[in-house]
Write a protein that binds this ligand. Structure first.
Ligand code: FE
Ligand code: FE
Ligand code: ZN
Ligand code: FE
Length: 183
C-alpha cells in the first residue's frame, strides 16, 4: 500500500519554515478537537438522558466511554509530539452542542420523534469528528509523526463505527415509528 508521504513533499524537501507552519496547524487542530471531545462528552450525557429508547441510550453511553478514551488518546498524541495538551474552543462543536440542546427543548420527552432528533444531532457531531480526524491523520503522516498517526487512526475508526451504529438504529426502527406517530 502506498503511503501518503509519497504524494507529498518529504521532510527534506520542505523548508524548516514550512515544516514548522505545518506542525503549528497540526497542533492547533489537535487543541480544537480536544476541546470538541470534551464538549461532546458533556453533550452525550445530555443526549443519553433525553433519549427514549434503551438501544439509543446504550449507544450514547457506549460512545461516551469511547469518547473518554479518545480524550486520553489525544493526550498521548500531544505527548508523542512534545506539545502541551491544551484545549482551544471549537466554535463548530460549540454550535452543534447548542443545536442539540435546542432539539431537546423542541421535542417531546418519551417520543420516538425525540430520538430521531437526537440521532440527527449526534451524527452531525460524529461527521465533524470524522472530517477532523481524517485531516489530522493525514497531517501526522505528512509530518512523519508515526505514533500520532496510529493513535488518530484508531479514533477515526471508532468515530466511523459510532456513526454507523446510529444510522443502523435510525433505519432499524426509529424512523419508521416516527412516521407512524404522525396524525
Ligand atoms: Fe470523539
Ligand atoms: Fe473544530
Ligand atoms: Zn473549531
Ligand atoms: Fe465521536
Amino acid at each position: 500500500m502506498a503511503t501518503s508521504k509519497s504524494k507529498t513533499a518529504s521532510k527534506a524537501e520542505r523548508t524548516s519554515k514550512e515544516e514548522s507552519a505545518l506542525k503549528e496547524l497540526f497542533t492547533d487542530e489537535l487543541k480544537d478537537i480536544l476541546w470538541a471531545e470534551n464538549q461532546l462528552a458533556t453533550s452525550l450525557k445530555k443526549l443519553s438522558e433525553a433519549a427514549t429508547s434503551d438501544e439509543l441510550k446504550d449507544a450514547f453511553d457506549t460512545h461516551l466511554t469511547e469518547t473518554e478514551g479518545q480524550i486520553d488518546r489525544l493526550k498521548q498524541v500531544f505527548e508523542s509530539i512534545g506539545e502541551e495538551a491544551e484545549p482551544k474552543k471549537c466554535e463548530a462543536m460549540a454550535g452543534l452542542a447548542k443545536e442539540a440542546e435546542e432539539l431537546i427543548k423542541s421535542t417531546e420527552e418519551g417520543t420516538e420523534v425525540r430520538d430521531v432528533a437526537l440521532i440527527s444531532a449526534a451524527q452531525k457531531c460524529e461527521h465533524y469528528e470524522i472530517a477532523t480526524y481524517g485531516t489530522l491523520k493525514t497531517l501526522a503522516g505528512v509530518l512523519g509523526f508515526t505514533e500520532a498517526q496510529g493513535l488518530l487512526e484508531e479514533t477515526l475508526a471508532e468515530e466511523k463505527k459510532a456513526d454507523q451504529l446510529l444510522t443502523k438504529i435510525a433505519e432499524g426502527s426509529i424512523n419508521v415509528a416516527a412516521a407512524n406517530e404522525k396524525e
